[in-house]
Write a protein that binds this ligand. Structure first.
Ligand code: ADP
Ligand code: MG
Length: 328
């Protein structure tokens, strides 16, 4: 029963890989150490040490059967993308691949700093990113994503849980992980799929329109918004509300949210969070945006201009008066 949906997917999925798939037991060559690094629907990631070298790695154990379907090709696609991006330092490195009866194990470069998600939501000011940190990290993310896009690969799951750091303190460099939803995009095959996490997905995914490299650029807008403000721009109390927020594309750029952040940062976000994919800046265009190319001494910061913020009542009024912006 090869459904239409599956045929569509396969046309965009890459299954030719060059890495040798090892069949000897993974545990012959590696020791598992410490607790789990992370876990998703079909994968568990554990820290391990290669016996021969004592080098640390992250082993991603991927189930081949998911919801009763054979998904080996999806795993091969994930490997093929990692191979294609080998030359880029901001995409996580792939060291080895093992296969057992039920799983494929990816032995990945270990990103010791964990997810940038943790710093995005940090209460503590010491742990939260400064604007200069965000500028450096967003440059790295864009460099990695521009590389993927030049090779006609879309990630389709860019979110703070899939952007890791080589170290947290001092703040290291980024590594893009999780190519489980990645696809090759070309002019021939249109990819239309409902996927990703509503909070971070672009409106065209919700309305079942074709995905493209611009789909990733929306997610980079959401990601950057969170790194700067700690707030998720479209997250609602319920999933349906989040969907609605994304499909309207209304973003809060108020002074309250952006106090102490530069005007250029807001301009950068606005260049990405357009409902119409064709209006969004490309990764290459983003890299030449003034926000990423102006030193901190010459950036002007947003200040709260309102003079009446003494009581809760007044605060409420001043917020409802500054309407959030709707793009396009
Ligand atoms: P899933 O497809 O299940 O989301 P991911 O590849 O995103 O799998 O891995 C799940 C989590 O495991 C990540 O969000 C991260 O916290 C952790 N993780 C993944 N790869 C690494 C790595 N190379 N180094 C350190 N932690 C990792
Ligand atoms: Mg993930």
């Amino acid at each position: 029963s090869s459904s239409k949906k599956n045929n569509n997917n396969n046309s965009a999925v890459m299954t030719k890989i060059h890495t040798e798939i090892r069949t000897e037991p993974f545990m012959n060559n590696y020791d598992l150490v410490g607790k789990e690094l992370g876990r998703g629907k079909f994968a568990v990631v554990k820290k391990c040490v290669e016996k021969a070298t004592q080098n640390e790695y992250a082993a991603k154990f991927l189930r081949k059967r998911r919801k009763g379907a054979d998904c080996r090709n999806d795993v091969l696609n994930e490997i093929a993308v990692l191979e294609a991006a080998k030359a880029n330092p901001y995409v996580v490195g792939l060291h080895e691949v093992y296969e057992t009866r039920h799983e494929i194990i990816l032995v990945l470069e270990y990103a010791a700093g964990g997810e940038i998600f943790n710093q995005c939501v940090a209460e503590d000011d010491d742990e939260a990113f400064t604007e200069d940190d965000v500028i450096r990290l967003v440059r790295q993310i864009l460099t990695g994503v521009a590389f993927l896009h030049r090779n006609n690969i879309v990630h389709l799951d860019l979110k703070p849980q899939n952007i890791l750091l080589t170290s947290a303190q001092p703040l290291g460099d980024i590594r893009i992980v999780d190519f489980g939803l990645s696809r090759q995009v070309d002019n021939k095959s249109e990819v239309r799929e409902i996927l990703g996490t509503p909070e971070y997905v672009a409106p065209e995914i919700l309305s079942y329109e074709p995905v493209s490299t611009a789909t990733d650029m929306w997610s980079i807008g959401v990601l950057t918004y969170m790194m700067l403000t700690g707030d998720s721009p479209f997250l609602g109390d319920e999933k349906q509300k989040t969907y609605l927020n994304v499909s309207k594309g209304i973003v809060d750029y108020s002074e309250e949210v952006f106090e102490g952040i530069s005007h250029l940062a807001v301009e950068f976000l606005k260049s990405l969070l357009h409902l119409d994919p064709s209006n969004r800046a490309t990764a290459q265009e983003c890299l030449s945006h003034p926000w990423l190319n102006t030193d901190s001494s010459s950036r002007t910061l947003i200040t709260i201009t309102s003079t009446t913020t003494s009581t809760a009542d007044e605060l409420e009024t001043s917020q409802s008066e500054s309407e959030p912006e709707s793009p396009d």
